[in-house]
Design a protein around this ligand. Structure first.
Ligand SMILES: Nc1nc2c(ncn2[C@@H]2O[C@H](COP(=O)(O)OP(=O)(O)OP(=O)(O)O)[C@@H](O)[C@H]2O)c(=O)[nH]1
Ligand SMILES: [Mg+2]
Length: 202
């Protein structure tokens, strides 16, 4: 009989470390999947639904919740990195700029291991200037990047569908996944994409 493996399984996921600034980044030999996106777009929630642990990555209705780059170890084999969000308007300009620069440094520095970058956007809002900037740096650095259109449970279904279609039109080379951390839509697609990067056996 053939064993057909259709979906990667998450057997374990644990918090590893929080990193502030450029010090203390793990020197990792393991594949790393990093989540980028504007503040409050749902990066931490996406990670929680992906690993099916409600509170692994801290999520909040208050934007700016994630302030460190948080590393998690999954299946004792690969890492997830949950980044702070950029563009939180209520932060003082100086602090906002500092976070933005740090995230872009992380995205563009070859010594930082990123095997797959997941750019999380709000499906209802679409790509903003800051998202395009992050995408530009990631692609200049040669990172494999996918776009995850989160919160697709909200708004009118047609608007979401049209929004995602126009993102696909603008970025024909990119994988765009329709996602909802609330309903679990797109989880399988995201897992498959990650498995394609870190290996199905992991
Ligand atoms: N309706 C809906 N709400 C969501 C979804 N994903 C996240 N949220 C909500 O959006 C808010 C922000 O979620 P977080 O996961 O904290 O967002 P984040 O991108 O990690 O935010 P920062 O850490 O501040 O950058 C929370 O109130 C979540 O419950 C989704 O798919 N659908
Ligand atoms: Mg967060």
């Amino acid at each position: 009989m053939y064993a057909i493996r259709t979906l990667m399984e998450i057997r374990s996921a644990k918090f590893m470390k929080g990193v502030i600034g450029s010090e203390g980044l793990p020197e990792t030999a393991r594949p790393t999947v990093a989540f980028f996106g504007r503040s409050n777009v749902g990066k931490s929630s996406v990670i929680n639904t992906l690993v099916r642990q409600r509170d692994l990555a801290r999520s909040s209705s208050r934007p700016g919740r994630t302030t460190e780059i948080n590393y998690f170890l999954v299946n004792d084999a690969w890492h997830l990195a949950d980044l702070p969000g950029y563009g939180y308007a209520k932060l003082p300009m100086e602090k906002r700029e500092k976070i933005r620069k740090h995230i872009l440094w992380f995205a563009g520095t070859p010594e930082v291991r990123i095997d797959l970058a997941v750019l999380v956007i709000d499906a209802e809002i679409g790509m903003r200037v800051t998202d395009r900037e992050a995408l530009g740096i990631l692609s200049e650095a040669g990172r494999r990047t996918i776009i995850l259109a989160n919160k697709s449970d909200r708004g009118r279904r047609n608007d979401i569908t049209n929004g995602i279609r126009s993102i696909r039109g603008e970025f024909p080379e990119s994988t765009v996944i329709r996602y909802s951390s609330k309903t679990g839509e797109g989880r399988k697609d995201l897992l498959d994409t990650i498995a394609g990067t870190v290996g199905f056996a992991q």
